[in-house]
Design a protein around this ligand. Sequence first.
Ligand SMILES: NC(=O)c1ccc[n+]([C@@H]2O[C@H](COP(=O)([O-])OP(=O)(O)OC[C@H]3O[C@@H](n4cnc5c(N)ncnc54)[C@H](O)[C@@H]3O)[C@@H](O)[C@H]2O)c1
Length: 259
Amino acid sequence: MTGRLDGRVAIITGGASGIGRGCAERFAEEGAIVVITDIQDAAGEAAAAAINDAGGRAEYRHHDVTDEDDWRAVVSAALDRHRRLDVLVNNAGIGIGASIVEMSLEDWRRQQAINLDGVFLGLKHCIPAMRDSGGGSIINMSSVAGLKGSPRLAAYNATKGGVRLLTKGVALECAREGWNVRVNSVHPGIIDTPIWTKEVGGLQPGVNAIDPHAMAEVSAPVGRAGLPRDIANGVLYLASDESAYVTGTELVIDGGLSA
Ligand SMILES: NC(=O)c1ccc[n+]([C@@H]2O[C@H](COP(=O)([O-])OP(=O)(O)OC[C@H]3O[C@@H](n4cnc5c(N)ncnc54)[C@H](O)[C@@H]3O)[C@@H](O)[C@H]2O)c1
């Protein structure tokens, strides 16, 4: 352990799986107290237990990011238990692949609710807690799909593009108000996580799950899919004091996909 986040209290949404779990593990290695939140309770408990078994400090809490009362409960529990909040990773998200002319309004709204409303609620409820803790760092998980469009992913593009500019607007507000809270977005490319076996399957008509490795081999300039740890290392930089002069920016980690 090098202690880049020693004693910092961090909430990571969607921390039971994939990139969020990778961030939780990386943060714990650097001395953070990690509050993993998710709706997948068994996987979340397992992720926290694995970190604790490895000598880190983590706890799990059920939390639907679309539910404002859940946000209130998560933030107040973190403050009650640890007396401070330093880092938020707004990571929970889904990807629904579908033609825009076939997508239901219900799916459009569900994806907006998790990917964009969830980030808004996290900002709303965590910024005051961080400000009162002396400052903090928020990392919002966008995507390369928040920088450029993709066919059959337009609705996802809308959520992730929204996260990108929401980040910049809030970063400027925090700076102007002197709250000492930095806000940045991270834009992963094709990363090997379970998301590719879920609803993003509709990205290719008639396909249920996409193999991120096969897709990255043909489209990512480096010729491979990224790992959750590749993203976690960038998120760690933004969470730590090494990025003290960085706010409102977008960190692209995509193996050259968007270059
Ligand atoms: N994997 C990639 O290639 C990739 C690329 C760019 C961006 N992203 C983004 O990274 C983030 C993490 O995705 P991942 O690839 O690790 O996927 P994942 O499916 O492995 O993890 C997402 C987690 O979010 C949780 N979640 C879903 N709905 C939730 C809700 N309402 N409340 C709380 N938690 C909820 C899931 O239970 C899951 O544990 C997402 O925002 C995704 O859009 C992923």
